[in-house]
Design a binder for this molecule. Sequence first.
Ligand code: 4AD
Ligand code: MG
Length: 482
Amino acid sequence: MSQRTKIKALLESEKTNIDITVKGWVRAFRQNRFIALNDGSTNNNLQIVVDFENTDPELLKRITFGAAISVTGELIASLGQGQKVEVVAKDIEILGDCNPDEFPLQPKRQTLEFLRENAHLRFRTNTFGAIFRVRNTLAFAVHQFFQERGFIYLHTPIITASDAEGAGETFHVTNFDLDNPPKTETGEIDFKQDFFGRPTNLTVSGQLEGELGAMALSDIYTFGPTFRAENSNTTRHLAEFWMIEPEVAFNDLVDNMDLAEDMLKYVIKYALDKNKDDIEFLTQRLTEEEKQKPQNERSEMTLLEKLQFCLTNDFERLTYTEAINILKESTPNKKKKFVYPIEGWGTDLQSEHERYLVEKHFKKPVILTNYPKAIKAFYMRQNEPDAQGHETVAAMDILFPGIGEIIGGSQREERLDKLEQRMDEMGIPKDELWWYLDTRRFGACPHAGFGLGFERLVLFVTGMGNIRDVIPFPRYPKNAEF
Ligand code: 4AD
Ligand code: MG
């Protein structure tokens, strides 16, 4: 195997007039002379100049869109415009033919829906190349952010017996023969005979186990796949998504918000620095796409401006109660434009309300705190009732423009009696979560954490509109292809 140089390195090369070998896939072949070659290391193609008069015509025919080739030649300062360097080919080898009559991709703009059906090939487009390079950078940046701050990366289980969110949206895990599962004497499925000797499911969140780690390691984070069998066919939900869940001993709600805001800014800045070309390309793509929309639906800022705006502005922090008051008085509410009118205190916010607050009212990311106790998970710390007697918990949700909820978190209820009481009220089985309750029995302390939906972050940074386009192989209702 000859040494190959990646296209990114060649395009940035200070040295010219050197012999190199480069390998990649043909993106275009013009006038039997100019190959645009891409190897995924960058969004930019390398121009290869072919001496077609002295090249076997049979070989030239095989240089088609999508073919994998190897080129050895001289890297020179480009004679043409549009690129700094190009390669004058001395030897071209076809590594893999690509018949243009059969290849599903075409060298033209194809719809995102079509590319989703061809997710096995969509990496080869400019858009998906950019998305998955940005996704990679964001994942790395998340680790770097936490590692720089001394957090311990904790691997929480994928298979568990608990439903951390208590929402009943779990996927069962079993190795029973589903046609003939063993039954008890009373005719129920006998999970004692199942692989784990009890009913189990895929995790919806690593939080509860993360809290156990934080009660000794102080600062931990998880970063792994989570699974939810919620039947939501939306552009914001996946059945399998990646979540980042820091959990920090001795942190309160304000510390939690500070950590979340710092983290989001850090990783967005990291991607802006590292993936400048990709984000510029995605900015252009979004601007083009928005031209199809009526003027009043287009965003006021480009993608790049939105990302920069997010870095330079403090997120707006307000309580749920304050948000409800704003929404109640809002024009769309008064004009009955909301599908779910704001009736009063206590109702859950719908995405139309979140988007109004973020996109119309504040025009910046928003952190909402102190939600009604009744609409949040059992583990959130209970606040003292306010002057109106409203019962709230120390929750925080971060809402982003175009995304809605990107982070959900809270300070945790560390007081055993309060926690047990809440579990009873909500029908959360205390006996099954004995180990969780033990942390409140032995050396309990105030602590807080949150969950960032990784794909929602990637959506925001890439400016894409559908979460199914920012994970390589999306899982959603009625789809598990690839
Ligand atoms: O708000 P959620 O349900 O919170 C938790 O799971 C907590 N245990 C987190 C914690 O405090 N450690 O989910 C957290 C985030 C949401 O804000 C959202 O970004 C994302 O996970 N998320 C989803 N992303 C894609 N598809 C889905 N079906 C999602 N459900 C939640
Ligand atoms: Mg939530």
